[in-house]
Design a protein around this ligand. Sequence first.
Ligand code: WT7
Length: 667
Amino acid sequence: MTDTNPTSSPSLENLLHETRSFPPSEEFAAQANATADLYEKASADRLAFWAEQANDLLTWTTPFTETLDWSGAPVARWFADGTLNAAYNAVDRHVEAGLGDRVAIHFEGEPGDTRTVTYADLQREVSRAANALTELGVQTGDRVVIYLPMLVESVVAMLACARVGAPHSVVFGGFSADALRSRIADAEATLVITADGGFRRGAPSALKPAVDEALAPKDGEPATTVRKVLVVRRTEQEVGWVEGRDVWWHEALEAASDQHEPVAVEAEHPLFILYTSGTTGKPKGILHTTGGYLTQAAYTHKNVFDLKPETDVYWCTADVGWVTGHSYVVYGPLVNGATQVLYEGTPDTPHRGRWWELVEKYKVSILYTAPTAIRTCMKWGDDIPGGFDLSSLRVLGSVGEPINPEAWMWYRRVIGGDRTPIVDTWWQTETGAIMISPLPGVTAAKPGSAQVPLPGIVADVVDDEAKPVPDGGGGYLVLSEPWPSMLRGIWGDLERYKETYWSRFEGLYFAGDGAKKDEDGDIWLLGRVDDVMNVSGHRLSTTEIESALVSHEIVAEAAVVGAADDTTGQAVVAFVILRGGHADRAGTPEGSAEVQKELRDHVGKEIGPIAKPKRILVVPELPKTRSGKIMRRLLRDVAENRAVGDATTLADSSVMDLITAGLASPS
Ligand code: WT7
């Protein structure tokens, strides 16, 4: 599986020559939620520390008496005899505490329409939606798939599911009908919540047709488990309608009462399933449960972003279709009673200053976004953010991939006015919440490094033999102790869970990332060491895209690599061998353009637009070892325009010459 040396990438090597350091200002440190004693407290008694967080940050219906049960390792049980409801914790208890008038969400639609939602509004709307779900037959434990744009309704839908104890599985709106179909089938969902469409790049973009296609009968596949489809009206596009199955969201909610008793569930009751790409073709349904997940989402949100719910305006730009949207748009901020901005659209619509305009308009004080977005804004130029008042910002966050020091410095200087701490947060869909990050009032931040495991988290960098590397050494990132928001498995596949995360190093969780420790013992993430790519902070599987490509009739074989890209971190580059009879088509520039388009569209249809290869190279052969494994390392050399590395383990060492010669002069 591992053909990448985690420390071999030249661009990442540069990271490690970074010596700048930015300690928090005295003023910031003096007012920070988290101080250095948090580390001491957590290491003195880790479980007592987590129990305290769970009690301080959440309201339990039944208090728990046991913190961690690890007897069924690697499946953890946290706070298992306690009961609680996630939606009650995110909404109702704030209203009960007299904070009903506090704004929960400042919604900004892409066309400029706005909506202000207070916690009291949210309570009524979530209650209506929960009653509507029950009316439509959803029971505690049933799975609900949510396929929506970034709307208030997306948050309401997730919380309504949580309120009745029905695990949600949000599928990112950029995924195709086929991807949606397989996720619905894997989760055996009984209801889908979608919309007619959403606004993207200045135009309505339809969603409902993909749901109709995903639910349509298909030869050789069992009939769908979905009985009802709830449809939010957003764009007012025409939609197909299946009588008896499809129900308008607004009609269902209008008919429902705004009073609803949240269902108290056990702490280990599933809260959601979120599909993510792995090293094989089949996406994994990452399972998260209630009590531990909420504890760590709230704890990290409060301490890493230094949230002051009375005064801060928080904005996380992630879509709810990704885990960042789950933990840092929905659960973390709402459990903490935060006021946040929710924006439907793209950063450059109708102009490239849209984000900064929103920061100015809502006086955003905490901003959490991804390196790819920062690099894009950097390319657009300093004068665009320079045209807005960004002085409200006081903490900046980054997530999704390693942030290069140049982008980090730009973020601090241009967006943060040379003043704000930056928190580079490492975590994964599987970890559920932030694991490694500076604390903004404590850590002297180093541009490009996530640095230190949070209080309560135990991480290390180990070598091939699972031995911790010394300071200055490189290897693999592992997590050595269970943590509250850890995944509880892969939906329906316990074996795959054990195999994927726990088989590489005995007793350690293997994250799939390469990492280094610097001379101070700080951790630097160096990217994936498996067949997983990271494009704009989104995880894509090489194997999944390869399967999509070979499912096209003209493709005989395909190999996909992630090539370094200035903006998106990595870009998908595909090498394909065409089937006999089609090979000639790629010989002319027009033919080649046509083949490329056909294949890119095909991948878009099979997986979604985000998975479309940036480049497709038609080649006569692929480099394989004697055991038939494709040597992606060599293809990466080609894709990144480098001299091809050591090819001696190839079954046929002349293959690389054939490939590079063919690319230099298309015949
Ligand atoms: C992978 C997880 C966590 C939400 C977004 C992505 C990479 C994530 C960082 C960071 C270096 C990072 C890792 C990780 N990653 N954050 N701050 N520095 N790498 O979630 O899709 O589950 O992907 O993203 O490679 O394994 P995901």
